[in-house]
Design a protein around this ligand. Structure first.
Ligand SMILES: *Cc1c(COP(=O)(O)O)cnc(C)c1O
Length: 379
């Protein structure tokens, strides 16, 4: 099956006595058995469900749906992107191990790795993954995992996945990539030899800004361990959120196609606004498009507050990826906790705005941003 077909045909068939066209919501904490033999059959692997913290048809559907699109054999859905990242890291690293992560990580991932993983006895080094030499230099005897993002936030650096895989193979390390910004519609890291791929399904997988969820996919051996972590840490996703995630996922192809095209058009127009200091938008992220996030640096020519106040129907929200266009202010939200010097070293300035482009008519999107720039111009 091709991508767009798999995108709508990932759910398991409902049982013969069910006539529901869509999958019912298994809004249950546990599953009932006829007798002890019936219950034993779960432990013999003949039945799939026992207790929702161990697994539930709606959350399993979401894990399977994303795994299918990523070309991976197994997946698990969890309560958030962050809990999927934790489950993935813990399926590879244990106390005493060392992880190397890119320094331009999503803020929440940085917090997890810098403040929580050391409590599990896992040491993390943050290095510039654009510099191959720096990654190699950071490898120690204890290193087990290389961690990066396929498209970074908010500067939209496209990771060289082949290079990450090559270094890992040379040193016998595992690899894990956060594919949230790209989605499998644009980039499929597992196909490029990456071991674990993680998503904040809160973003494009769900697509409607109505759930908090994560999905981890990869090899069955690692996913078996990751599922155990999710069960033991209690970071399972609720059935209704799993169901909503599946509903959102079915339109991923259409949304990404439209949102990417709108973003490309907006980036082109903004590049021609001579007073905008810089427009960040990838040029060759994939053959299917370059994603739906455009980051701009307003520089000295515009008043930041007036710009944000002049955006009409565009919402200011600390998230991305919904069907509605929205903006965020990285220096004040995702990168707020970072010292200004570190932030500026990464290139995240005080005048930077991250735009998450939605599915609206491209002309309205462009018009709204041009009007806001006009209003905010410092004469
Ligand atoms: C939002 C996000 C996360 C964290 O996901 P949550 O669902 O908020 O836990 C991780 N990585 C990236 C790239 C994100 O955008």
């Amino acid at each position: 099956m091709h991508f767009q077909t798999k995108n709508v045909h990932f759910q398991e068939k409902v049982s013969a006595d069910e006539l529901s066209k869509t999958k019912p919501i298994y809004q249950t904490s546990a599953f009932a058995f006829d007798d002890l033999d019936d219950m034993e059959s779960y432990f013999q692997g003949e039945k799939s469900y026992l207790y929702t913290r161990n697994g539930n048809p709606n959350t399993d559907d979401l894990g399977k749906g994303v795994a299918d699109l990523e070309g991976a054999p197994a997946g698990v859905a969890t309560s958030s992107g962050i809990s999927s990242i934790l489950a993935g890291v813990l399926s590879v690293a244990k106390s005493g191990d060392h992880v190397i992560a890119t320094e331009d990580l999503y803020g929440g991932t940085y917090q997890l790795m810098a403040n929580e993983l050391p409590n599990f006895g896992i040491d993390v080094s943050f290095v510039n993954f654009a510099d191959e030499h720096a990654v190699r230099e950071a490898i120690k005897d204890e290193t087990v995992l290389l961690y990066s993002e396929s498209i970074t936030n908010p500067l939209l650096r496209v990771e060289d996945l082949a290079r990450v895989r090559k270094i890992a193979q040379e040193f016998g390390l595992k690899t894990m990539i956060d594919n949230t910004f790209a989605t499998p519609y644009l980039i499929r890291p597992f196909d490029e030899g990456i071991d674990l791929v993680v998503h904040s399904a809160t973003k494009y997988i769900g697509g409607h800004s109505d759930i908090s969820a994560g999905v981890l996919v990869g090899l069955e051996t690692l996913l078996k361990k990751a599922r155990m972590k999710v069960t033991n840490l209690g970071s399972n996703l609720g059935p209704f959120d799993g169901w909503l995630g599946c509903r959102g996922l079915k339109t991923l192809s259409l949304r990404m196609q439209k949102q990417s095209a709108n973003a490309e058009a907006l980036a082109d127009v903004l590049r021609n606004e001579a007073m905008v200091t810089k427009v960040y938008y990838p040029s060759a992220a994939s053959t299917a498009g370059n994603g739906a996030i455009v980051t701009i640096d307003l520089g000295d020519g515009y008043d930041l507050h007036t710009f944000f106040r002049s955006l009409a129907w565009v919402k200011i929200v600390p998230t991305l990826a919904g069907v509605e266009t929205s903006v965020t202010y990285p220096a004040g939200t995702s990168h707020r906790a970072m010292p200004k010097s570190t932030r500026e070293k990464l290139g995240v300035t005080d005048q930077m705005v991250r735009i998450s482009v939605g599915i609206e008519d491209e002309r309205d999107v462009i018009d709204t941003f041009l009007k806001a720039l006009q209003a905010a111009k410092i004469s």
